[in-house]
Ligand binder design. Structure first.
Ligand code: GLC
Length: 413
């Protein structure tokens, strides 16, 4: 029987739907993640636009309800008392003290594209405006690049991009990685009120994907502003997006590849992860750079061309570790250190489409769907065998439906 992607996605989304505190939202996984997460909720809203825009709106209303006074939207809003609220200190009582990839403007725009509802844009505007203005203050060296203060803010918690900055070797136990990241949370609890000179003391990375998300979302916020006839704001956000895009080229490119940078000296973190493909989404590569990137990395069997692409970490990296390892209480959870996750695939898919590499994009979409068919809706998948790992009934597989049903705008539109 033909695999019914729509039906499978809907099943998971309804199963994981939750109503609490007057909000309706979706759990990334009811067994592993019983709260509301920032970028997860953006994905949920995007996927829900393919079923019911009103549910998508509800998801975002819940999300912005956690906004701080300074505009930051936290990466988790705790809505139940169980799970790691008590044993891991994510910061404040009801939410995390960190943020996460800011894809809310994108999600709002997908909703608007479906129903043209200006009232919803108006409703969300103050929160969007405050959130992106807050993020623009995360530029301590005035590079015009936005920094993260903890790997978790990237959404790729234990990516090898952050190993060196955390003082970890390429292969290490998950416990040691967690310990470093949780220690950062404590140290940075009052980050916003730290003296400027102290703000990079513990961890400061100007990450490639994070800045890509910012650029894409500021461009969209400019469109939203224009739609609401807020000309001054529209110009401001468009200008900021373009300055960040320019700064990314200035500081991050080396030999035609973007690398995240860290610290006061803006040193490049030359670890090959899917992050190098992220700038395709914002048209950040020239045509010939994109060709080189795709031919020599994406389609290279020693780097990113696995049986099931796209491995989050290149197969040639020392930190590539797609297998679980257990030795008594000691373990390595592969997480972002090689397995395939649906969000990078969704970004790479959209980036390839933008550059007209439609066949390769289709291949990524098809292989992503193969993973769902073969192994179900899991948190991540082994890039060679395709077996599922991590959380079960995980929602991000819904993005495959978005790949299948959304029109991607090409670079010149
Ligand atoms: C994991 C992922 C993170 C996600 C969260 C909830 O921590 O690394 O990106 O937001 O789970 O799904």
């Amino acid at each position: 029987m033909m695999y019914d992607l729509r039906a499978e996605v809907l099943k998971i989304y309804l199963k994981n739907r939750e109503e609490r505190d007057g909000f309706q939202y979706t759990l990334p996984s009811s067994t592993s993640y019983p709260h509301q997460w920032l970028w997860d909720s953006c994905f949920h809203a995007i996927v829900l636009t393919h079923f019911n825009v009103e549910d998508a709106k509800k998801e975002l209303r819940g999300l912005v309800s956690g906004q701080f006074e300074n505009g930051m939207i936290p990466h988790i809003i705790f809505r139940t008392k169980d799970w790691f609220t008590t044993d891991i200190k994510w910061g404040t009582k009801d939410t995390s003290s960190l943020t996460q990839p800011p894809l809310i403007a994108y999600a709002v725009w997908q909703i608007f594209k479906k129903d043209g509802d200006h009232a919803f844009l108006e409703e969300m505007y103050p929160q969007l405006d405050a959130f992106y203005r807050y993020l623009l203050t995360r530029d301590i060296y005035e590079h015009h690049l936005i920094g993260i203060i903890n790997p978790d803010e990237s959404g790729e918690d234990d990516s090898p991009r952050f190993d060196k900055e955390l003082g970890l070797p390429p292969v290490h136990l998950s416990h040691d990685n967690n310990k470093k990241r949780f220690a950062l949370i404590e140290k940075n609890l009052d980050w916003s009120s730290l003296e400027v000179q102290k703000r990079d003391e513990f961890f400061w990375v100007e990450d490639v994907p994070y800045n890509v998300y910012i650029v894409e979302n500021l461009e969209i916020l400019a469109r939203i502003s224009k739609e609401l006839r807020k000309t001054e704001e529209a110009n401001y956000f468009a200008r900021e997006a373009s300055s960040i895009k320019d700064a990314m080229r200035k500081y991050m490119i080396k030999d035609g590849i973007y690398w995240s940078i860290a610290g006061r000296d803006a040193h490049k973190i030359k670890i090959k992860t899917w992050a190098m493909f992220a700038p395709l989404v914002i048209g950040g590569y020239t045509e010939s750079e994109a060709k080189n990137l795709i031919e020599n990395f994406l389609l290279n069997k020693d780097e990113f061309l696995s049986m099931y692409p796209v491995p989050t970490t290149a197969m040639s990296e020392d930190g590539y570790h797609p297998d679980e390892f257990h030795n008594g209480p000691a373990s390595i959870q592969p997480n972002w250190r090689g397995p395939v996750w649906m969000t990078p695939n969704w970004f790479v898919y959209r980036g390839l489409k933008r550059y007209g590499y439609n066949d390769i994009a289709e291949e990524i979409k098809n292989k992503s769907q193969d993973l769902l068919e073969k192994s179900g809706f899991r948190e991540y998948y082994h890039p060679i065998t395709g077996h599922g790992m991590g959380a079960e009934d995980f929602t991000w597989g819904g993005l495959v439906l978005d790949m299948a049903e959304s029109e991607v705008e090409s670079k010149n539109s």
